[in-house]
Design a binder for this molecule. Structure first.
Ligand SMILES: NC(=O)c1ccc[n+]([C@@H]2O[C@H](COP(=O)([O-])OP(=O)(O)OC[C@H]3O[C@@H](n4cnc5c(N)ncnc54)[C@H](O)[C@@H]3O)[C@@H](O)[C@H]2O)c1
Length: 345
């Protein structure tokens, strides 16, 4: 297999995850790491990859065909647009950007350059989500009716030593919930409107520690999502799905999806339906699909290469990630205004 030259911009927490997968998988030639920090330089040296103080120098020097943008959110748009203009496809970390205008700039630059832009909502690449998607597409649930998602964990006190995590925008809605919003959109379809309430009663920071959200999907289904980073609880995708090694896995469900013909839980993939009869007096059957273990970051990397080569369409294209950002920003606005917020068509 020929290797494809790729670069990584931003060698922090998630950048290093991508670097690890690129180095471990065949088919990638990691030609550069751009990160102005001393830690970034030291890390690039430690993995024997050419280091650059900025992405511009990297793009000009080693000419990657694909670039992973793993920098702070507010820098995503400028960097991704420059990569696309210089001829590199991009995998931008989530959220695609801070604002819808910036997200739109990335989409437009990709269209102008005729290059793919995809976004790192890696839950879509998890085999559990993929299996759920197949079951829903095959009609196992019938018509989507309603869902409940739990996003509840307790973040440790040290997490909040970093100032921006105590300030507006640094809370679980924009950092974590956006993953659930994206995953639920992927499984149940586009969101038409949202309502929300937030609370900071426990931690007392400017940012929310808890939120409850109502979702109305375009297909008429409704959803509720509970978010809290101050609740001692196992019910969240991070702990339940075991996607990242840093979270000890709990054998619980966090997402409950129901349709006219059946219900499905995630991540355990418990499927409830009627074999005979169709009413609450009849026997419900529970089927368990064996848990699909997989490394969504490795799969995302494999997929990125296939997308660059034109062999696959992006599972999470920039346009779609922009819709997930819009829905998540709508949650913030709904909580602020106390009103139902309608999303654009
Ligand atoms: N997909 C996921 O599950 C997931 C998880 C964590 C973070 N993220 C996203 O990844 C991005 C980075 O988050 P993180 O937690 O890795 O942050 P981090 O602070 O650990 O790392 C960011 C790195 O980017 C570098 N950097 C800053 N500006 C730069 C620039 N202009 N050019 C090059 N490098 C620059 C910093 O020096 C730092 O090393 C964010 O958008 C975040 O939302 C996604």
């Amino acid at each position: 297999m020929d290797s494809i030259p790729i670069g990584v911009i931003g060698a922090g927490l998630i950048g290093r995850t991508h670097i690890d997968r690129a180095l471990k998988q065949p088919g990638f030639d990691l030609v550069g790491i751009a990160d102005p920090s001393d830690e970034g330089r030291r890390f690039a040296q430690s993995v024997n990859v050419k280091w650059f103080a900025d992405h511009d120098a990297m793009l000009g020097s080693v000419k990657p065909r694909g670039v992973i943008v793993a920098t702070p959110n507010k820098t995503h748009a400028d960097i991704a647009v420059q990569c696309l203009q210089r001829g590199a496809a991009v995998l931008v970390e989530k959220p695609i950007a801070d604002t819808l205008d910036d997200a739109r700039r990335i989409c437009d630059a990709a269209a102008a350059a005729k290059l793919p832009a995809m976004v790192g909502h890696q839950r879509r690449q998890n085999p559990i989500t993929q299996r759920a998607k197949q079951m829903i597409a095959a009609g196992s649930l019938g018509r989507p009716v309603c869902l409940t998602a739990m996003v509840t964990w307790r973040k440790p006190a040290e997490y909040f030593e970093t100032a921006w995590r105590r300030e507006k925008g640094g809370g679980p809605i924009l950092i974590n919930l956006i993953h659930d919003v994206d995953q639920l959109r992927y499984l149940f379809g586009d969101i038409a409107s949202v309502q929300a309430m937030t609370s900071n009663a426990v931690r007392g920071f400017e940012v929310e520690d808890t939120a409850v959200i109502l979702l109305r999907f375009r297909n008429g289904a409704l959803g509720t999502v509970t978010v809290s980073d101050t609740a001692t609880a196992p019910w969240n995708w991070d702990l339940a799905a075991g996607e990242a090694e840093r979270f000890p896995r709990q054998d619980v469900n966090s997402h409950f999806l129901s349709g006219t013909e059946g219900s499905l839980t995630l991540p355990r993939l418990d499927y409830w339906h009627y074999r005979e009869g169709k009413g609450w007096h009849d026997e419900l059957t529970e089927e368990r699909t064996a848990l699909h273990f997989g490394d969504p970051f490795a799969e995302q990397m494999r997929h990125f290469r296939a997308v660059i080569e034109g062999a696959e369409e992006p599972v999470c294209p920039a346009e779609d990630a922009m819709r997930s950002l819009e829905a998540t920003l709508a949650v913030v606005e709904a909580a602020r205004s106390g009103k139902e917020v309608t999303l654009s068509q």
